[in-house]
Design a protein around this ligand. Structure first.
Ligand code: LLP
Length: 417
């Protein structure tokens, strides 16, 4: 039985009735299944089945400290991109040694803090960044483990805003500069060159782009080893997709690919999946405020908005929409599902066929566990959406609704006004 499914025509997350939860919490809110998160992790580990492959969860996908804790307890390390995410991981009890710091623009302050905590690895994206890390590590008498992120020059397909592996993207060190940069890191006493990383994109639903990235990495590992440079770790990054529209995600094939890669290279292989571990485990529950029948369209105006889930408008992303109470008849109607924010871009779906819907009905947007709450904001001075974590019959508010009163308490009017 999937973790998010109807039981007697009522939508449940594990053993919690979503409509009952909505009554208690109010709408909108995110709800996550703990079991679905752990299972996604365990299935990936089982598909890879190799002791030298280590999964680091990309915290940005869903950075709630309770979610980090679920994955950390399941055995995952963490992949972070800011000092803020580092603090989240430490608060969730993750060991510093299990943390990898990625990102193209780490500040000196963030690097210094990560050095002080002695994290497991820095993924370096440019030579100036390497120089700063070396200087700070030397000053603190630390030896930082460094992997160089290479830009493999690969187009992984998918939406332009989440492509990362092409030469014109800002990420990674250009292929031609990698050998020299690696040799350079290897000569700096405060740095230990441990390996290479790459990340080619997100929501990748076939294995070919990973195969291409693996081949590029393997080529570079050989070149480095031929120069007597030691390469102990190689990361294929994140990017494995989820089933937003019923796509089949080739997890078994991906697992075989990664396993084969680890065998051939005879080194540790790291992965940094985000979406794949949490995406399908979450829903966004929202209430229909109005059914507006206009000349050209029927609109469902709901109480969630682009500030709660920005993916549809930012990436033209598709989220399946399901009524929280399954309707008794099969009649469908075509709607645009829109939020209250004053922007035309504030929509969740366009021309979507849905069961006939009335004001006050609850609907759920599926596959909202990744890049939903973590990208949410308070635009239009809306309350920040709460997050609920569910395990069996248990549910807990892991982030309460951040009210407008709380937001106002952050701000002040200078006394010279
Ligand atoms: N590693 C690095 C270096 C990354 O930049 C990312 C994501 C990941 C791992 C995790 O990727 P994943 O496994 O989740 O695909 N907000 C967009 C996705 C942006 C991904 C950014 N980087 C969305 O909602 O689709």
């Amino acid at each position: 039985m999937p973790a998010i499914a109807y039981k007697n025509d009522r939508l449940f997350v594990e053993d919690v009735d979503v409509a009952a939860l909505a009554k208690e919490i109010g709408t909108p809110f995110y709800a996550y299944s703990t079991s679905a998160i752990s299972k996604a992790y365990e299935n990936l580990v089982a598909a890879i089945a190799h002791p030298r492959v280590k999964i680091h969860y990309a915290v940005k996908a869903n950075s709630n400290i309770a979610v980090i804790k679920v994955l950390s307890r399941a055995g995952a390390g963490m992949d972070i991109v800011s000092g803020g995410e580092l603090k989240r991981c430490l608060k969730a009890g993750v060991k510093a040694a299990d943390i990898i710091f990625s990102g193209v623009g780490k500040t000196e302050e963030e690097i210094g803090f990560a050095l002080k905590k002695d994290i497991g690895q820095f993924n370096i994206e440019s030579l100036p960044e390497m120089e700063i890390l070396a200087r700070l590590a030397q000053g603190m008498k630390r030896r930082a483990k460094v992997a160089l992120r290479i830009n493999p020059g690969i187009d992984a397909g998918g939406h332009a805003k989440i492509s990362t592996g092409k030469e014109e993207d800002k990420f990674g060190i250009n292929w031609d500069q990698v050998e020299n940069a690696y040799a350079c890191v290897s000569e700096i006493p405060a740095l230990e060159a441990v390996g290479l990383t790459t990340h080619i994109g997100s929501q990748i639903t076939e294995t070919a782009p990973f195969q291409n990235a693996a081949a590029r990495l393997e080529d570079m590992v050989k070149r480095l080893r031929a120069r007597d440079l030691s390469v102990q770790r190689v990361s294929l990054g994140g990017g494995l997709g989820i089933s937003y529209r019923g796509e089949k995600i080739p997890v078994a094939e991906f697992g075989r690919l990664v396993r084969g890669f680890a065998e051939r290279l005879d080194c540790e292989v790291e992965l940094e999946p985000g979406r794949h571990l949490v995406g399908e485990a979450g829903i966004l529950v929202t209430k229909v405020l109005y059914v507006k029948r206009a000349a050209a369209k029927n609109f469902l105006v709901v109480d969630a908005a682009m500030n709660d889930l920005i993916r549809p408008t930012l990436y033209e992303a598709h989220h399946h929409i399901q009524p929280v109470t399954r309707p008794q008849d099969n009649a469908l109607e075509t709607y645009d599902v829109v939020g209250p924010v004053c922007e035309t871009g504030d929509y969740f779906a366009k021309d979507r066929q849905l069961p006939i819907t009335q004001a006050n009905d609850l609907i759920a947007l599926l596959c909202a566990g990744a890049y939903g709450a973590s990208m949410s904001s308070t635009y239009n001075s809306r309350a920040l959406c709460p997050e609920i974590l569910i395990l069996g019959r248990k549910s807990a508010v892991i982030r309460p609704r951040l009210t407008i009163e709380q937001q106002l308490s952050w701000e002040n009017i200078p006394n010279w006004l």
